[in-house]
Design a protein around this ligand. Structure first.
Ligand code: HEM
Length: 542
């Protein structure tokens, strides 16, 4: 019987294959009744469509266009829907709604000794996530910012000095996006271990960390659209076995840096105590993230193993460097492309300096608290976050097994759903102040939309901003990144003029999960009008 079936199939394979292919594509098309949602024809039958779209590096543009054409819900794959109405955020990312991160995230997991290392960012196990997040949450609270500010100051001071020496003094052209990546990496090193990686000082990509991360993101973005491919490529049994045996063909250089810092810290602790330190020992109070993670280990030694402390430290660089650099580059880019906004901000900063409202600290840097008193700075930063959020793909979640209503549709269980900040931030009813929406085109950089909006609308705009995600998996480093952005931008602009090297050239965007800027070449000159002197009182005067 079996033999005769096989022989018939073998004989008519040229007919059987197309029949199977059509049946497979049709079952994808009608998958769970999702055919009622619009989307590109190929996306309805295969994930290859979204793989290719992400591979082409501008899925953000595709997603915005698709939602403008089709409305609130767009089908991006046989089992994947994208939502554009901000109301969907509350359901998809709301606490205790039963959604979990999709298969997009595990390819981002590092491997050690042949085993995956799920991080706070990449784990899809919500109870493990809740446990880990609870253990480290206090390290990222608003009140902990106070202890990180001096650490950030050290890097800002070096960054300003090196900008002066390397670029402003010579008139050399600077790849500003890369220079800001050096800054963001050093801040993460400083905040995590009280030790910079040395990017700004050496003006180079130390140990190729940035290049490595760039390659990794370029890999995980498309692979995450068809995650089973990861099991054939980086997490195939050969690579995992090699890793277990100590050959590390794809070792993350940041992990080596983190391991070195951890063992230094352990030996310092043991030296301080005059004894050998078991894991989970308390750490000297230097107020960096590593000391906070070690404190969490001391409180919960069974859960916070050395491996988890290490994973937390590594994921700081993974999640917190490129994202912050991209956000900073966006602010500076939009300013140089919009001279009137640039001038308005400079006037605000100069006025505040002149009146002694900011820059009062001994080191003359504008502090975090002072930066919060500058409304135009705030509007410029918010508008930059709106137009250029760092994450450039939908933040995918899987619906709970019984299905759930999102907006107007009942979505079956096990469906991948998500919102992209690039789409959400272009929701006109939310972001165009209602008294004169035509004055604030949604695709244009207009910081005034934040200042002219009514109190109520502004509140809604702020609540809708999605650049840090939402809900239980929202960015844990949000406060740290805001500290960096709100401090670096004003301190940089009060010291340097920034101009495009060639104003006729646009930057190029490369969306590999995070939307990185290329060809953002600028020149700096030192500003005379804010060169400050010390008065007798020890304060700075303009
Ligand atoms: C402007 C800078 C930043 C942006 C735009 C940003 C964006 C995001 C987004 C969108 C998520 C949610 C991802 C998702 O739901 O799939 C996230 C999560 C995360 N971010 Fe950030 N981030 C920034 C800075 C930082 C910094 C400085 C750190 C660390 C110091 C950090 C650490 C993390 C971690 C650990 C998570 C995972 C949180 C969890 O799942 O509990 N981020 N970030």
């Amino acid at each position: 019987m079996l033999e005769s079936i096989l022989s018939t199939v073998g004989h008519y394979w040229h007919l059987v294959l197309p029949v199977f292919a059509i049946a497979y594509l049709a079952s994808n098309y009608f998958n769970k009744g999702l055919h009622r949602y619009p989307g590109p024809a190929l996306a309805r039958v295969s994930d290859v469509w979204r793989f290719v779209d992400v591979w082409n590096r501008r899925p953000d543009i595709t997603h915005v266009k698709l939602h403008r054409r089709h409305g609130d819900i767009v089908r991006l794959g046989p089992n994947t829907l994208s939502f554009s109405d901000p109301a969907a955020i509350k359901t998809i990312y709301g606490l205790n709604k039963g959604f979990v991160k999709s298969g997009f995230y595990p390819p981002q997991q590092a491997v050690s000794q042949g085993k995956r290392l799920p991080s706070l960012f990449s784990t899809t196990d919500e109870s493990y996530h809740a446990n880990l997040r609870r253990s480290v949450n206090s390290a990222f609270s608003m009140s902990a910012l106070v202890q990180y500010e001096p650490l950030v100051n050290e890097v800002i001071e070096l960054f300003l000095e090196r900008t002066r020496e390397v670029y402003a003094a010579s008139g050399k052209v600077c790849d500003f996006a890369l220079w800001l990546q050096y800054f963001a990496f050093d801040v993460i090193g400083q905040i995590t271990y009280s030790k910079q990686h040395g990017f700004v000082d050496k003006n180079e990509d130390v140990d190729g960390m940035i290049a490595y991360l760039g390659r990794l993101f370029s890999y995980v973005a498309p692979i995450g659209q068809m995650p089973f491919l990861d099991l054939l490529v980086l997490k195939n049994p050969i690579v995992l076995t090699l890793d277990k045996l100590g050959f590390k063909p794809f070792a993350f250089p940041i992990t080596n840096f983190a391991k070195a810092r951890m063992s230094e810290r352990m030996s310092e602790i043991s030296h301080d105590k005059g004894e050998k330190v078991p894991s989970g020992a308390a750490t000297p109070g230097r107020g960096d993230l590593l000391s906070m993670f070690l404190k969490a280990q001391a409180q919960r030694p069974d859960f916070m193993t050395d491996q988890r402390v290490l994973t937390m430290a590594v994921s700081m660089a993974f999640a917190g460097s490129e994202t912050t650099a991209i956000s900073l580059a966006a602010v500076f880019y939009f300013l140089v492309k919009h001279p009137s906004c640039y001038k308005k901000l400079q006037d605000e900063l100069d006025g505040a300096l002149r009146e002694g409202r900011v820059g009062k600290a001994e080191n003359a840097l504008i502090t975090w608290t002072e930066s919060q008193t500058l409304p135009y700075l705030d509007a410029v930063i918010k508008e930059s976050f709106r137009l250029h959020p760092a994450a450039g793909l939908p933040l995918e979640r899987i619906t709970p097994s019984g299905g759930i209503t999102i907006g107007k549709g009942h979505i079956p269980g096990g469906t991948i759903v998500g919102c992209s900040a690039w789409v959400i931030h272009r929701h006109e009813p939310t972001f165009c102040p209602s008294q004169a929406p035509e004055k604030y085109p949604i695709d244009d950089f207009i910081p005034e939309r934040w200042l002219d909006a009514s109190t109520e609308q502004r509140k809604e705009m702020e609540a809708t901003m999605f650049q840090f995600g939402a809900g239980s998996r929202t960015c844990i480093g949000k406060n740290i990144s805001l500290l960096e952005v709100y401090k670096l931008v004003p301190n940089f602009l009060t010291r340097f003029n920034v101009e495009l090297d060639d104003p006729s050239k646009e930057w190029k965007l490369h969306n590999a999960w995070f939307v990185k800027q290329l060809n953002f070449n600028v020149k700096f000159s030192e500003r005379q009008q804010v060169a400050r002197e010390r008065s007798d009182s020890g304060k700075f005067v303009t």
